[in-house]
Design a protein around this ligand. Structure first.
Ligand SMILES: [Zn+2]
Length: 288
């Protein structure tokens, strides 16, 4: 079901008759809508006024470009759409005017009231096909829609203490899959900007993969020690130990909602992500 809310109406109208570049996008979001959503998401309050204005602008453009569909009869309000847009756009904050192109391979965001059960076929090493049931809080596919469970989106503020954020997790998968050959899966290595960390493209990719793999192995080991031997649980979500792509998505969640805690647990990983998400700041930093 497509939400016929103010955003949908605004989008149809704007696409038809008003060129985007002629307007101040942030003004499209009325204060009465902006303020309650902004206040609820306290992890955004560390942004500077300039960054907050930029996020508002990005969110307005995101809302124009995307369509929100409520699953199982869930009505999508303007507040819900803005809530999702703000979180989805947070990773794009320092990537300049073309940043939304990273989300250019899809239009639809499907929001279910709660987790959904998906039936899948899995082929084992002997070639036997098994029917499995997965419970999903969210899903992102290359070239396809993003699915989110509203119950998880709604708890974003309290989840931030644990470094969790469903919206950022799924949109990090989108970043990971974007600008790659069609059919490529997320692998934990998004396309890196030119000059990433002052390295050539080849060296930058090698550096990224080595650093991410090292942090991933460290996390896997910590999770295994906790699960098998009762050692203290690592702070970062154990789900990140299931695959490098999930580790990247889980690390992005923590980076955007509780960076201080991530930097304590994985300082090198935090630096790697900062150089990706804030390339100008990384270039300006004096080398030590
Ligand atoms: Zn995932």
């Amino acid at each position: 079901m497509s939400a016929d809310n103010a955003w949908a109406r605004l989008r149809r109208w704007a696409l038809g008759c008003w060129p985007w570049h002629a307007r101040d996008a942030g003004n499209d979001i009325p204060d009465a809508l902006w303020l309650p959503v902004w206040q609820r998401l306290s992890f955004l309050h560390l942004l500077s006024p300039v960054e907050a204005a930029r996020l508002r602008d990005l969110a307005a453009r995101f809302l124009r470009q995307k369509e929100f569909h409520g699953g199982q009869g869930l009505p999508i309000t303007d507040e819900m759409a803005l809530d999702i847009a703000l979180q989805a756009c947070l990773p794009l904050l320092h990537w300049g005017p073309g940043a939304l192109d990273w989300y250019g391979d899809f239009v639809v965001v499907v929001v279910h009231p709660d987790e959904v059960v998906a039936r899948r076929e899995v082929v084992d090493s002997a070639g036997v096909v098994h029917q499995v049931r997965d419970t999903l809080a969210g899903e992102a596919m290359a070239g396809g829609p993003v699915m989110l469970a509203w119950s998880h989106v709604a708890s974003a503020d309290t989840d931030a203490l644990r470094g969790h954020n469903l919206v950022i997790h799924e949109f990090a998968h989108k970043l990971d899959m974007r600008h790659k050959p069609l059919g490529s899966d997320a692998a934990g290595c998004p396309r890196l900007p030119a000059g990433y960390m002052g390295l050539s493209a080849k060296a930058a990719r090698a550096h990224w993969q080595a650093q991410l793999q090292q942090a991933y192995e460290q996390h896997r080991q910590a999770v295994a020690m906790h699960q098998r031997f009762g050692a203290e649980a690592p702070w970062l979500d154990a789900y990140g130990a299931t695959a490098p792509a999930e580790f990247f998505a889980v690390a992005c969640e923590a980076y955007f909602v509780n960076r201080q805690r991530l930097a304590q647990a994985h300082p090198a990983l935090c630096e790697l992500l900062q150089a990706f998400f804030e390339p100008a700041a990384a270039r300006a930093r004096p080398s030590a």
